[in-house]
Design a protein around this ligand. Sequence first.
Ligand code: DAH
Length: 338
Amino acid sequence: MKEKLQQISDEALQSIETANESSLEQIKIKYLGKKGELTAVLRGMGALSPEERPKIGQLANEVREKIESAIAKKVQQTKSKALELKLKAEKIDVTMPGTALPAGHIHPLTSVQRELENIFIGMGFEVVEGPEVELDYYNFQALNIPENHPARDTQDTFYITDKILLRSQTSPVQVRTMEHRKPPIRIISPGRVYRSDALDSTHSPLFHQLEGLVVDKGITMGDLKGTLETFAKKMFGEDTRIRFRPHHFPFTEPSAEVDASCFVCGGKGCRLCKGEGWIEILGAGMVHPFVLSNCGIDPEEYSGFAFGLGIERITMISRGIDDIRLFYENDQRFLDQF
Ligand code: DAH
């Protein structure tokens, strides 16, 4: 039996020596498993004499321990060898460019709003904001649009109560600003406005405007024209000219609609300007004396000009977009183009 144990030990250690990861498992089963060779020897110990039994038992345990530790050692060796090979094979080039994550970008309306803000900030204007949920007083009455005035028809909006509504224009910010500031005032106010218009390619119940207001001593229509001309050149190109057409707004007197010469054809007439050579860009005028006095500013001492433009409109003109609905649909095929 002693010889048998010695033989098992020699054989096992030898095969462990040359084994790989998967054959190690086989070896373990072959010698140490339930039906393994060493187990078989231990089972036969009943036939031994009482003197021999402990000696053989001890020897068998030693053999088991030897085999177990040889296997454990080999497992360790094969593992570290595998790791070494892997590290050699998989070199990492840290100078290689990474995989770029797709990054979003700002919405075309936001980008044009910022462009507009930057142009006016460059001319010394300050950006102020007003509430979208507004009082009838600021949206209409203080702007010289009393109840039942026909101008309310073109600016029908959403009413929360008789006196509270979603603002239909950014012009109420003029009043709010003049109420608590002394001239000189030079502000622009961009933001959302609402009208109960049905959605089509040029109308939306929600859109964006940018309001401008300048009040000081001796402000004239010449200042308005110079300011808007500078703006148009910065926005549409240095060759751009502007023209004023007489118009009516209740809160300015005189009032004008302002066109820019078409930046695509230079004024000859093309598809963008519909053959006109001119594109309407905004409404403007000299602040009505009633509006100044409504805000506690003496129209004998001060004068001012104001203008209001649609940010969607400017974006559509400058980016060649023919349907306002595209701005609000969040279709990535559209947004990705900007
Ligand atoms: N609030 C006007 C509108 O929504 C636009 C406008 C016209 C604003 C003339 C002004 C202005 O400040 O002076 O149609």
